[in-house]
Design a protein around this ligand. Structure first.
Ligand code: 2M8
Length: 428
């Protein structure tokens, strides 16, 4: 029954060579959504899993960046804000022919490709892996070189949208100093608030700042040189970098299958884990915190981003212990028996908002990542408790985009791609 709902949701969101996150809110192709969707498609439509990933990587830029949105040119102007005319990515020397945004999202694609291959290791899957491997390597190279703005071995994100957790309280401090005025948004038409209640979405002031950060990057033709000297938002995010580390681990598994050397991937994976612990682990709070490169300081909000490094198989034992303790605390409520999955923000914090997007609601993709981390580190009891709560959530509310962290009510889009896909993975 549940499985049927998930497959029907993915089928309904399928659009010639990719899956839209939502027909209403997000009618184009999103980068990390496609990776999560491929994990689920591998269980039911393996051929589509590869088409999903390959269509995304066809829009990869010459410098290796994988854009966070690939726009469907068949949709009318105004189908989503900000659309291709706002991004004007053709101003960049490295942009592809496809209409795309110019920023990235967490690199969970190599992991997705590896899991899809493990699920159905057919000749077609092998051929797709061969085609994808050099592109996945280029994606990692872009992040490790052009985006190592802090010089410490971590990639920095240049926009909250790149983190995937757009309005997380993690970004409140660096966002507060981005010059912008909510009135700017009168010049644009927001598309999201036509499809979801404004109280469940980022504010107009958030959007004014999102727009200002893109404008700054766009004015520099989306170049990455001298970002430290001119760009208004520069942070090192624990989830983003944990994804980059896991990507190297996945590439180390893929490499021998495509005739490449896994050694350099293993070395890079170890360097990323080391840099994460060195730069983003806070011994005082015993969790991972993002670093604001404009101030050099760790950001104080205790969000679910801090739990993400658990997905790294080589995370040292003291940090594994600390992150599991943080997840089990009253802030997140992880337990072998738990009613609801982890919220996106510390539920004891005064700025916890159970309805507003990434400021409290529970999300399937983040919970799925944490569950993988728990399994990786031998915490099958906690992983099972978390998985049961995730399945219960979707059984109660359907394939929603996000969920009220207490009542489990569905929020955002009602037929959401990654919720359906990751549910399939949990049910397998
Ligand atoms: C949300 O982000 C987009 C901007 O990229 C938006 O709010 O319009 C986030 O939840 C992001 O993580 C996700 O990839 C995207 C599409 O599902 O929606």
């Amino acid at each position: 029954m549940l499985r049927r709902l998930a497959v029907a949701t993915l089928d309904a969101n399928w659009e010639h060579d990719h899956t839209v996150p939502s027909r209403t809110l997000y009618p184009h192709q999103w980068s990390w959504d496609s990776a999560f969707v491929a994990v689920g498609l591998a269980h039911v439509r393996p051929e589509r899993a590869w088409r999903e990933l390959e269509s995304l990587f066809r829009a990869q830029w010459a410098d290796g960046r994988v854009p966070h949105i690939v726009f469907n040119p068949r949709l009318p102007v105004g189908a989503y804000f900000p659309g291709p005319e706002f991004w004007a990515s053709e101003r960049a020397a490295d942009a592809p022919a496809a209409l795309t945004s110019a920023i990235v999202q967490p690199p969970v694609h190599a992991l997705a490709a590896w899991l899809a291959y493990l699920r159905v290791p057919s000749d077609a899957a092998h051929a797709a892996l061969r085609r994808l491997y050099p592109r996945l390597v280029a994606q990692q190279r872009y992040l490790a070189t052009r985006r190592d703005v802090g010089g410490g071995g971590l990639a920095c994100v240049v926009h909250p949208w790149e983190s995937g957790l757009d309005n997380s309280p993690a970004w409140d401090k660096p966002m507060a100093v981005v010059p912008a005025d909510a009135a700017v948004m009168r010049a644009y038409r927001r598309h999201d608030t036509a499809h979801a209640p404004a109280a469940h979405r980022p504010t107009d002031l958030d959007y004014a700042r999102y727009v200002a950060i893109v404008a700054s990057y766009r004015d520099a033709a989306y170049r990455d040189d001298d970002l430290a000297g001119r760009h208004p938002f520069l942070v090192e995010c624990p989830l983003f970098n944990a994804a980059a580390g896991v990507a190297e681990h996945a590439l180390a598994r893929i490499a021998p299958l495509v005739g490449a050397d896994p050694g350099p991937h293993r070395e890079r994976a170890a360097r990323i884990t080391d840099a994460l612990v060195r730069r983003l682990y806070d011994p005082a709070t015993r969790t991972f915190q993002p670093r604001d490169l404009r101030t050099g300081r760790l950001l104080p909000a205790r969000t679910v981003l801090g739990l993400a490094p658990l997905i790294l198989p080589d995370l040292p034992a003291p940090q594994v212990e600390a992150v599991v303790a943080e997840a089990r605390s009253a802030r997140f409520g992880l337990a072998a028996r738990m009613d609801r999955p982890l919220p996106s923000h510390d539920r004891t914090a005064p700025d916890f908002e159970p309805l507003r997007y990434w400021r409290g609601p529970s999300w399937m993709n983040i919970n799925w990542l944490v569950r993988r981390g728990l399994l990786t580190h031998g915490r099958a009891d906690l992983a099972a408790g978390l998985a049961r709560s995730m399945v219960g959530l979707v059984a109660g509310a359907g394939c929603h985009e996000y969920f009220h962290p207490d009542t489990g009510a569905g929020l955002g889009s009602p037929a959401f791609g990654w919720t359906a896909a990751l549910l399939l993975d949990l049910l397998a």
